[in-house]
Design a protein. Structure first.
Length: 293
């Protein structure tokens, strides 16, 4: 074992699915002593050959190191895996995708068991782990002191973005960004559906569609500015009244192309409701207020 390896923070990792295995390999490659555990032991074999220590149980893995990273399937699997583990004095970093409420409850659960807690939201897919140029990163929330203590180690697999002391914020940011992604994907799906029956190569539409979405992305900053100021008419280029007037064209085109409008109709309905409330000179930002219950 080299002196460089000795100086690296030892890590325990629970969960060796596609993401967990990617995390494990980046820590091993960077010289961090690594103890791993997985419910299906066969998944540990390859990592053992690469230098990881394989624990026989989750409790044994937790006992091995102060820094314990959890990358399991869901919140329920965390309960199951850690049921018999002594968390006293441990620094628990939970990378399981969950809701803000689950993260806050898990932070209290960890505190009651003598552990300090960070919640994480991974904004990456496994191939992006260990590849800084890919742009993947992880949101972290919870103890700032704990984050600062392990920032360098946590930053080995992917970039780190700390978003606050509230343990639920990492999950909230994670789901907010992923929700926007699904909304974008829904719009792209509708666009491809419109040309599906025509003699148009989807590959010819793809670069135009991608470039258009990139060109529209800066509008997100205007929306944020309008929300902060409360002035939804600030900087408007195409007001709500004008955009609602164009809705029949979108719906008519979908009907003519034999495409269901179900991905777009809910948003169009919100636009109409906002217009009916007398906000025709505003931007689309007002539909956000209609979503708040």
């Amino acid at each position: 074992m080299t002196q460089n390896t000795v100086e690296k923070t030892p890590v325990t990792l629970l969960g060796l699915g596609a993401m967990g295995a990617a995390l494990a390999r980046t820590w091993l490659a960077a010289g961090h002593p690594l103890t791993v555990w997985n419910r299906t032991p066969a998944r540990s074999a390859a990592l053992a050959a690469e230098g990881a220590k394989v624990a026989g149980s989750a409790a044994e893995a937790v006992a091995a190191n102060s820094l314990v990273v959890v990358c399991l399937l869901d919140d329920a699997s965390v309960d199951e895996a850690l049921a018999g583990a002594d968390l006293t004095g441990r620094d628990l970093v939970n990378l399981v995708t969950g809701t803000p409420a689950q993260a806050r409850a898990r932070a209290e659960w960890a505190r009651e068991r003598g552990a300090r807690y960070l919640d994480g939201g991974i904004m990456a897919v496994p191939p992006m782990i260990g590849a800084p140029e890919a742009g993947g990163y992880v949101f972290y929330s919870g103890s700032r002191e704990l984050f600062e203590r392990h920032r360098r180690t946590l930053g080995v697999p992917a970039g780190t973005t700390y978003v606050g002391e509230d343990a639920g914020f990492a999950a909230l940011y994670d789901v907010a960004l992923l929700s926007a992604m699904y909304g974008m994907s829904a719009g792209a799906a509708h666009a491809f559906a419109l040309i599906r029956k025509e003699g148009i190569d989807p590959a010819s539409l793809a670069p135009l569609l991608a470039d258009w979405l990139v060109a529209m992305a800066p509008g997100i900053h205007l929306t944020a500015d309008q929300l902060r100021s409360g002035d939804y008419a600030k900087g408007v280029v195409s007001n709500l009244a004008m955009q609602v007037a164009g809705v029949p064209t979108f719906l008519g085109t979908a009907e003519q192309q034999g495409v269901s409008p179900e991905l777009l109709s809910p948003y169009f309905e919100l636009m109409r409701r906002r217009l009916a409330d007398g906000h025709g000179e505003e931007d689309l930002t007002g539909v956000i207020d209609l979503l708040i219950r």
